[in-house]
Design a protein around this ligand. Sequence first.
Ligand code: FES
Ligand code: FES
Length: 162
Amino acid sequence: MDRFLQKIHFSVNGQDTELMIHPEESLLDVLRDRLGLKGTKHGCGAGECGACTVLVDGLAVDSCIYPAGRLEGARVETIEGQEKEGRISSLQEAFIREGAVQCGFCTPGMIMSAKGLLDESPAPTREEIRRAISGNLCRCTGYKKIIRAVETAAGKGGDPRD
Ligand code: FES
Ligand code: FES
């Protein structure tokens, strides 16, 4: 075996996956270039904008600086996994309903950060929501509608459908 390659096993949106990776590859490279999951966005590439946020074992991480070599046995969730049986999640519905999606570039990462929070804490305070999305930059909307969308999805201000 090429000594610069490493075999890893992990799951992506519930699907078992086995890949040969280069140690210097990032999780973002693996998702976008190797698995074709382009919903996770490449923004700064330096861990600063949050556009590339996915969940690894339930925790929000910047996939652009997350080494693929650490993925052995990990459970990765991306924006693509939020749709089930042709239906988007109640969190995604809340973003649409509250007008929290404009250019949409930050949205997948924002939704994954919010999902990580809601999975851990189904009824977060506004401060907890702010903290959870503090690493996700949005240059268009300001954050009011985004925070409101997360509150709606948490059942505080709307009509979540599941
Ligand atoms: Fe990963 Fe900006 S692209 S933090
Ligand atoms: Fe977030 Fe535009 S909607 S950067």
